[in-house]
Design a protein around this ligand. Structure first.
Ligand SMILES: Nc1ncnc2c1ncn2[C@@H]1O[C@H](COP(=O)(O)OP(=O)(O)OP(=O)(O)O)[C@@H](O)[C@H]1O
Ligand SMILES: [Mg+2]
Length: 371
């Protein structure tokens, strides 16, 4: 079903992502060492990832880092527990290769296998070295004559894992683990690239080739077509006027369109109120994400919020108009560097985008929430 809230994991349900799916599948086939799937929130990154993994025979695990988004920091324990969870899931889904994998990993220091599954220690006398664990996953994949795919969903959150240099670990895997493909997805694209340091000459991953797959908003025409097909599939009558209004108000973000579809189908018909309900849910979600962004940035809160409010009203604004609005709000001069830094962080986190000389909010739900 197109109107299903969960991330899609099947090509049949994945609308208009054929090219991206092909690109990802071919990178996996070619054994690319590092692939990123980037795009704004709710544009279908997880759906694309799961669908591609479903199509390949290669063994894979998906580490969900989103759980860390609401935390100011995380620990090695959080990461190890997530690895443990996904390996146990892999075992359940692929019993025979799962058994072989567990037998292989048993010999890694800190890893034990019992009736209840695989367990990995994060501390104590025998802490597991993550690089050793990845080396062994690599050795196992090589032994199996395949390549293992290790995906980190919302990988920019890995930056928060204290005491583990994830960027260095990923660089290690890139250089030495030829039988592993790492996939990183990220909605805060700039933060993701900052974290892996692909643009930073001093960072371990600098200069490595990365295959990037970028998901975009749907155009009005495509968004409308998505709705038409979804409603057709759900056998629910459509109303041209309401459909146009939905596309205008929700924008081209497929996650919001999906939510609108589900809300309408549940109510048995399309209505203005389904648009309102979608916007209400959307507003609170994006607001929560913005709050997560502010964690660790509390000193800048008022200015960040003032920029968001200004952009919500102005729709599109230049650097100097934004600076002017901040100064007017505070009644004092603000230094140029500070304005640029605030804007850069908002752009890196995917809340604001810059086109030419103008800044805009990336999602109409953000605009609705700050208006
Ligand atoms: N190509 C697609 N066809 C149909 N539905 C889609 C497609 N892409 C995403 N969706 C729907 O949109 C919503 C968001 O999708 P998904 O979780 O995959 O996006 P995401 O980019 O990973 O989001 P987030 O930034 O929240 O992690 C889900 O309800 C999903 O079912
Ligand atoms: Mg996702």
């Amino acid at each position: 079903m197109l109107f299903d809230q969960r991330p899609k994991d099947n090509k049949r349900d994945l609308y208009d992502a054929e090219d991206e799916l092909k690109a990802l599948a071919s990178a996996l086939r070619a054994g690319a060492p590092l692939v990123t799937i980037v795009g704004l929130r709710r544009t279908g990154k997880t759906s694309l990832l799961l669908t591609a993994l479903n199509q390949t025979a290669q063994p894979s695990i998906v580490l969900d880092m989103r759980a860390l988004a609401s935390k100011p920091y995380a620990t090695k324990r959080d990461l190890i527990q997530e690895i443990e969870r996904t390996l146990n899931e892999f075992y359940k889904a692929h019993l025979s290769s799962g058994k072989r994998l567990f037998n292989w990993l048993k010999r890694v220091q800190g890893v034990s296998v019992s009736q209840s599954g695989l367990s990995i220690s994060w501390g104590g006398k025998e802490p597991t070295e993550l690089s050793t664990l990845f080396d062994e996953l690599n050795a196992w994949a090589k032994h199996e004559k395949t390549r293992m795919i290790i995906a980190f969903d919302e990988a920019q959150e890995l930056k928060k894992v204290a005491g583990v240099d994830m960027a260095k670990l990923i660089a290690h895997v890139y250089d030495y683990c030829r039988s592993i493909t790492v996939i990183l997805t990220g909605s805060a694209v700039g933060l993701l690239y900052d974290f892996i340091g692909s643009q930073d000459a001093k960072a371990p991953l600098y200069g490595r080739h990365i295959t990037e797959i970028r998901l975009r908003r749907l155009s009005e025409r495509i968004a409308r077509d998505f709705l038409v097909r979804g409603f057709e599939q759900a056998k629910t009558k459509t109303d041209e006027r309401i459909m146009d209004a939905a596309v205008k108000r929700l924008g081209g973000i497929i996650g919001w369109l999906t939510l609108f579809g589900i809300t309408s189908v549940e109510a048995g018909k399309m209505s203005e109120s389904a648009i309102d309900q979608t916007v209400e849910v959307g507003k609170s979600l994006v607001r929560q994400e913005f709050e997560n962004f502010l964690k660790g940035r509390e000193v800048g809160r008022q200015r960040y919020e003032a920029i968001m409010r200004h952009l919500a009203r102005a729709r599109s604004s230049s650097w100097s108009a934004i600076k002017g609005s901040l100064e007017a709000a505070e009644g004092r001069t603000i230094n140029d560097r500070n304005v640029t830094e605030l804007l850069t962080n908002l752009v890196k986190a995917g809340f604001v985008e810059k086109e030419g000389e103008y800044y805009t909010l990336t999602d109409q739900m953000l605009a609705e929430s700050f208006r």
